[in-house]
Design a protein around this ligand. Structure first.
Ligand SMILES: Nc1nc2c(ncn2[C@@H]2O[C@H](COP(=O)(O)OP(=O)(O)OP(=O)(O)O)[C@@H](O)[C@H]2O)c(=O)[nH]1
Length: 203
C-alpha cells in the first residue's frame, strides 16, 4: 500500500446533551449506547482516534470530545487550540443548542481562523420519526453554514446516518488543503509501518 499518513486534530464543541459523545462513540466504536446507558456529562474532554483512507491517502483523525457544560467552557479553549477542524454540534430538537453554535463560531473566528468549521445537527432519527420534534429549521441551519463557509450535516448516532460521511469529509478537506510544507511533513505509511504502533481503529 502506498500513501501518506498525517494527523488531523478535530474538536467537537456544542451545548451539553447535544450528542457529541454519542457521535464519537458511533464513529469510532460503531455503537450507540444512548438508549441503554444513562447520560453522563463529559468532564473536561475525551480523546479518540480513527484512521480514514481517502483516495489512497491514510489520515488519522484525532478527535477531542469536549464537555458541553458551560462551567467547562474555558477548558474547551485548550482543546480547540490548533485544531484543523471543529464539528459544532447542535441538537435538532433543541433550539437553544443551535443558538450556542453561534458562540462557538465567534470563538473560532477570533482565536483559530485556520480551523475549518462543520455544523452537525444531531438526533436526526427523532425528527425523522416525528417532524413536530424539530426545533431547528434546516434552511436556517444551512443559512448559517453558508454564512461561515461551513458544511452542514444532519446525523443520527442511533442509526449511524451521515456520520461516516461527515468525518470522511473532514479528512478529505484536510488533504485537499494541505500546504506544500505540510505535505513534506507527512510520511509514507508503508515505510513507517511497525515503527509507530497505532491503537486507533481503521475504517
Ligand atoms: N435519539 C437519539 N438520541 C441521541 C442521539 N445522540 C445522543 N442522544 C441522546 O442524547 C443524550 C446526550 O448525548 P451525549 O452524546 O452524551 O451528549 P454530549 O453533547 O456529549 O453532552 P456533554 O457531555 O454534557 O457535553 C444521550 O444520552 C442520548 O440519550 C441520537 O442520535 N439519537
Amino acid at each position: 500500500m502506498s500513501g501518506s499518513k498525517v494527523d488531523v486534530k478535530v474538536v467537537l464543541l456544542g451545548k451539553s446533551y447535544a450528542g457529541k459523545t454519542c457521535l464519537v462513540e458511533r464513529y469510532i466504536h460503531e455503537r450507540y449506547t444512548g438508549d441503554t446507558v444513562p447520560y453522563h456529562n463529559t468532564i473536561g474532554a475525551a480523546f479518540g482516534a480513527k484512521k480514514v483512507t481517502v483516495n489512497g491517502k491514510s489520515v488519522v483523525l484525532g478527535i477531542w470530545d469536549t464537555a458541553g457544560s458551560e462551567r467547562y467552557e474555558s477548558m474547551s479553549r485548550i482543546y480547540y487550540r490548533n485544531a484543523k477542524a471543529a464539528v459544532l454540534c447542535f441538537d435538532l430538537t433543541d433550539k437553544s443548542s443551535f443558538d450556542r453554535v453561534r458562540f462557538w463560531i465567534g470563538e473560532l473566528q477570533d482565536h483559530e481562523e485556520n480551523c475549518k468549521i462543520y455544523l452537525c445537527g444531531t438526533k436526526k432519527d427523532i425528527v425523522d420519526d416525528d417532524s413536530s420534534h424539530r426545533s431547528v429549521n434546516e434552511r436556517e441551519a444551512q443559512a448559517l453554514a453558508t454564512d461561515v463557509m461551513a458544511e452542514l450535516y444532519e446525523t443520527s448516532s442511533k442509526t449511524g446516518e451521515n456520520i461516516r460521511e461527515l468525518f470522511t469529509k473532514v479528512a478529505q478537506d484536510y488533504l485537499e488543503n494541505l500546504k506544500p510544507e505540510e505535505k513534506a511533513d507527512s510520511f509514507n505509511l508503508e515505510e513507517k509501518k511497525g515503527k509507530f504502533p497505532c491503537a486507533c481503529k481503521e475504517s
